[in-house]
Each structure stands twice: as structure tokens, then as C-alpha cells.
Design a protein around this ligand. Structure first.
Ligand code: MN
Length: 437
């Protein structure tokens, strides 16, 4: 029940944001066919889950704010069905929804089209996220048309249709203490799994074996599995940013980039470390590693409330550019090179992204055309990298080195709280971890 109170708090926030005499509709995600008679594993819609904590498919949450009846949370969900439950597990049903999920009214999902027009009519505003699920767009259209049919009886459709997504995204962007606890747990599970996976890494083992250890670690500790497709990239595969084939042998003296993390109670970690497969960095690898390491520390140091998102980015670009000049990979004046984006062939992605229920979490990055400032309660990754693809016009000794270091941080009142603080990161700590077998 404790957990259900957390979702209730989210609903209260939404009620507060809603106009008087309005209705918000949140469907969960549809079940998607994979092939023949098999479906993809069901994941609830994250916006729906954020307000309900309700795990079953075929559900729609209706939030109504009215002057006469106050605030109501109505859930349409599956009926109990003993024959189906025999095959595919217990269904919550309406009675348990009322008791265990703090629902004010619960109705079977097959009654949605009977009840929805009445609930929606004569409201000032309808909140809904258009275009996410075609079938629910259709439901809304049918509902509005049913109300139009009764226009002569005094019913009317809402005057305002408001995009719910942008309101919910901004709410989800600022995490409360319970959400941060779940994110921390996801980070802790990830840390242990990375450490364990590196025990399975040696010259001659395969990327998929390391991936297997990661997934094992995520599940063994109570996580929901991978937060996203794991990237386990040996050698030059690390230069492909979203390399997920993960089927190549690991070679002595090459690097292994692992970008993999657990999901815990619907919250994601997102962590990258780069390890020397033979447990010692070569001179070239170490030189590049140190630049990425310094860039990452500098970006973390820059992160605090009130700074502009872009400041972390510019800080990292400067450290990377000056490091590459020192190694002779880039040649010229630092200010000119920065102005020309000379780092871009080596560092082509952004410094980070919001993190939460989605690994690339919701929430705007710019406001009124300007990069927004960081605020307490935001959670972001900080993940600079350097990737030197073979064939780039630099000394061949750098070819095939791909390094990224990624941590997860909560912006606090005074700076940051690093959720992945227990992940080894210094070159010497990384070498130590790989050598411990
Ligand atoms: Mn990331």
C-alpha cells in the first residue's frame, strides 16, 4: 500500500494542474503481437503507470476534476475470468482495484464505450495524449461523436483539448524522493552486475557471454532485466554508438565498452564503463581514457541547480578538445577548434539525457528556444566519450579506440548526488576490477 500512496501523490499533482471541470484520459499500452500466437512482453505505458502503478494490460485511467463531485480516479480494467486466469495468471478485477490500487470507481474495460461519453460530456477541457496509440485515438473520436449525437439533449464535447503529454513529461522530469530511491536501487543492481560481468571477460571469451552475466546480475538482484538493449562492444565495435549485435570474440589488449543497466520497479539506470580486456590499458588507450575521465569529472563538477544544460556540454567539449590537441590527434588553436566543432568526428553525441522511467526520459531540453537550467530533482546521465574509428585521418595507433564513461546523477540543492557512485571509474580501479577473477 505504501507504494500505491506514491502513485496517488502523482495523481494529486495532476489534479492540481488540471482546469476546473475537466477530464484526463490515460490508456495503458496495447499488447503487441510478436509472431504467430506469441506477444511481445507487455510493458505498461509509462505515463499511465506513473499515475496508477497498475500493471495489467487493457486498462484506462480516467481522472475527473469537477466542482460537484470533487476529484475522482476511475479505472477501467479487465474483468476477473477464472478460465483465462487458469492459463495466464490472476487478473486483478474491479474489487481488488478499489481496495489495493486506491481507485475510487472501477468498471470492466468492455464498458468503456458505454460510460466514457457521459463522463466526458459537458467538461470544459479534455486532457489526452494524441497520436500515441492509434486505437485509443479512435476511441476518443468515437466518444466525442457519441456526445455530438446528443447535442440536442443538452450535451456538449469539451471546449478545450489539451495535450496531456507535455504536462506529464514535465512532472516526470522532477523526481520525488521515492522515485530517486528506485533509481538508486537500479543503479546499485547495475553496479554489481557490471562487476560480476567483468569476471566473465577475458581474451577469447565472447561479447554475448559478458552480456549473459549482465542480464543474470540484473535479474538475480530483483531487477526487471535490461533497461535497454545492452551494448557489449569489444575493440573497434565500441566506435558504433548503439552496437547491440554483441556476438564477437574479445581480443587481448583491446577494450570492452559496456553500456548496460538494469530496470528496477519501472525505473532505469544507464551506465557505461570501458574496460581493458587484458586488465591493463595500453599507453594509447590510457591516454584517451584519461581525457574522457577528466571530461566526465569536469561535467559532473559543472552540474548544479541554475546552470544551463549546455554548460556541461561545453565543459566536456573543451576538455576533450584540449586533450586531443595534447596527444596530437587535433592540431591548432583550442578556441578555433572548438568553434569549428573539430571534436565532432571523435565525440558526436550529447553529454547526457534525462533518466527515469524511460531511459531517454521525457521532459523538454529547451525552453523558449534556450537550453534550460538544471533544477533540484532532475536526473540526468553524464556520458562523454571519444571514438576513433579506423580510417579517420589520425595516426593509426589511435584507431579502434572507443571509450565512454557514463554515470547517473540527481541534481540536488547544492550540486549532484551520483547514483552510480560505487562503480569503479579511475583507470587504476578499472584495471584492478578486471584483474580480480
Ligand atoms: Mn545514456
Amino acid at each position: 500500500m505504501q507504494q500505491q500512496n506514491d502513485y496517488k501523490k502523482h495523481r494529486e499533482k495532476l489534479f492540481k494542474a488540471m482546469l476546473p471541470n475537466s477530464i484526463a484520459l490515460l490508456p495503458t499500452a496495447p499488447i503487441i503481437r510478436r509472431s504467430a500466437d506469441q506477444n511481445y512482453r507487455f510493458y505498461p505505458d509509462n505515463d499511465f503507470y506513473y499515475f496508477t502503478g497498475y500493471p495489467e494490460p487493457e486498462a484506462v485511467a480516467v481522472l475527473i476534476k469537477s466542482e460537484q463531485k470533487g476529484e475522482r480516479y476511475i479505472l477501467f480494467n479487465r474483468r476477473k475470468d477464472p478460465a483465462q486466469e487458469q492459463w495466464s495468471g490472476i487478473r486483478i478485477g474491479q474489487e481488488a482495484a478499489l481496495k489495493e490500487y486506491l481507485v475510487d470507481e472501477a468498471y470492466p474495460i468492455d464498458e468503456l464505450m458505454n460510460k466514457l461519453p457521459e463522463l466526458t460530456s459537458n467538461k470544459e477541457a479534455l486532457y489526452f495524449t494524441w497520436g500515441r496509440y492509434t486505437s485509443f485515438d479512435e476511441t476518443i473520436k468515437n466518444c466525442l461523436n457519441k456526445i455530438r449525437d446528443k447535442i440536442r439533449a443538452g450535451f456538449k464535447i469539451p471546449d478545450h483539448c489539451i495535450n496531456l503529454e507535455s504536462i506529464v513529461s514535465e512532472m516526470r522530469l522532477i523526481k520525488d524522493s521515492q522515485e530517486i530511491a528506485w533509481l538508486r536501487k537500479a543503479a546499485e543492481i547495475t553496479t554489481l552486475a557490471h562487476k560480476q560481468a567483468m569476471r566473465a571477460c577475458y581474451p577469447g571469451s565472447n561479447e554475448y557471454q559478458v552480456k549473459a552475466e549482465l542480464i543474470y546480475g540484473f535479474l538475480k538482484q530483483g531487477g526487471m532485466g535490461e533497461a535497454y538493449d545492452s551494448i557489449v562492444a569489444g575493440g573497434e565495435n565500441a566506435c558504433i554508438l548503439h552496437y547491440t549485435v554483441n556476438n564477437q570474440p574479445l581480443k587481448a589488449n583491446e577494450l570492452l565498452l559496456i553500456d548496460a543497466a538494469a530496470k528496477y520497479n519501472f525505473y532505469c539506470a544507464d551506465v557505461t564503463r570501458t574496460y581493458p580486456i587484458s586488465s591493463k590499458f595500453t599507453g594509447e588507450q590510457k591516454a584517451i581514457y584519461e581525457i574522457v575521465y577528466e571530461a566526465q569529472l569536469a561535467a559532473i563538477k559543472a552540474a548544479k541547480p541554475g546552470i544551463c544544460w549546455l554548460e556541461m556540454e561545453l565543459t566536456a567539449r573543451r576538455v576533450i578538445t584540449s586533450g586531443l590537441i595534447e596527444l596530437g590527434v587535433l592540431k591548432g588553436d583550442i578556441e578555433e577548434l572548438l568553434a569549428q566543432n573539430a571534436y565532432a568526428p571523435f565525440y558526436m553525441h550529447r553529454i547526457g539525457h534525462w533518466l527515469g522511467m524511460d531511459v531517454h526520459d521525457v521532459g523538454r531540453y529547451k525552453e523558449n528556444g534556450q537550453w534550460r537550467t538544471l533544477q533540484s530533482g532532475m536526473v540526468t546521465t553524464i556520458e562523454p566519450g571519444i571514438y576513433i574509428k579506423p580510417g579517420l585521418p589520425v595516426d593509426r595507433r589511435w584507431w579502434g579506440i572507443g571509450i565512454r564513461i557514463e554515470d547517473n546523477v540527481v541534481i540536488t540543492d547544492s550540486g549532484v548526488d551520483i547514483l552510480t557512485i560505487d562503480m569503479p571509474k579511475k583507470a587504476s580501479e578499472i584495471e584492478m576490477l578486471v584483474s580480480e577473477k
